[in-house]
Design a protein around this ligand. Structure first.
Ligand SMILES: CC(C)(COP(=O)(O)OP(=O)(O)OC[C@H]1O[C@@H](n2cnc3c(N)ncnc32)[C@H](O)[C@@H]1OP(=O)(O)O)[C@@H](O)C(=O)NCCC(=O)NCCS
Length: 188
């Protein structure tokens, strides 16, 4: 299939799934408390494997610093004005992995399985393409079997398994899975 030129996304935008309407918009400095509240409301099983501990105020402040620097973009999903998830793309220009982006997706359990993860990934693939990135990487613990299946369905391929490279909130180590998505083959 011929690759189409992807136009820049405009925010906010809304989508209806079933009876619910979801708003996608970019995170700003003003969203600090909403992000903390969202993270602190997640079930323990999700908190175990947060790549960045966004239940912690200092971690969210650092997140916002990176947003303002431009090395991170976060697309928020809201339902009735309440934050129910985010998709984020991290990229660093001054390093030898400057052609890579790192993707984090996190949705509240009650809004999973409705296609929102797929939509967030699409937003971030388009942004990665705007930035000229070649690959988007996703990292998860080997125990996150559901998430691995979801990322495979979204077109990510398994790249590596690194033994004991994740440590959870209870100080137990787990194997780290690295998956990648080829942005240059992406078209919408
Ligand atoms: C991973 C996550 C963001 C996925 O979002 P989601 O909105 O539930 O996913 P979607 O509904 O868009 O589904 C995407 C695809 O995965 C499939 N899928 C959804 N849940 C699945 C599951 N539990 N097992 C297998 N496949 C699943 C869907 O059918 C869809 O496939 P399709 O495109 O062929 O129809 C969400 O489950 C989540 O927040 N998990 C906890 C955080 C996490 O583990 N993040 C990963 C590390 S960054």
């Amino acid at each position: 299939m011929a690759k189409e030129k992807i136009s820049k996304r405009e925010y906010p935008w809304k989508t209806k799934i079933g009876d619910s309407e979801y708003t996608f918009r970019l995170m700003t400095t003003q969203d600090r408390d909403a992000m903390l509240e969202f993270a602190r409301g997640l079930p323990e099983g999700d908190l175990l494997f947060l790549a960045v501990d966004i239940t912690n105020q200092r971690a969210v402040d650092d997140w916002i610093r990176r947003l303002n620097e431009g090395s991170l973009r976060t697309v928020l999903v809201e339902q009735d004005g309440k934050l129910v998830g985010h998709g984020s793309l991290i990229h660093e220009e001054q390093v030898w992995t400057r052609h890579l982006g790192g993707m984090i997706l996190l949705l509240a359990p009650e809004v999973r399985g409705k296609g929102l993860g797929h939509s967030l990934a699409g937003e971030l693939f388009s942004y990665a393409e705007e930035l000229g990135l070649l690959k988007v990487m996703a990292r998860m613990a080997a125990d996150q079997k559901g998430a691995i299946q979801v990322f495979e369905k979204m077109g990510f391929k398994m790249e590596a398994l690194l033994a004991d490279c994740v440590i959870d909130r209870e100080d137990r180590t787990h194997d780290l899975i690295i998956m990648s998505y080829d942005v240059t083959g992406h078209s919408v």
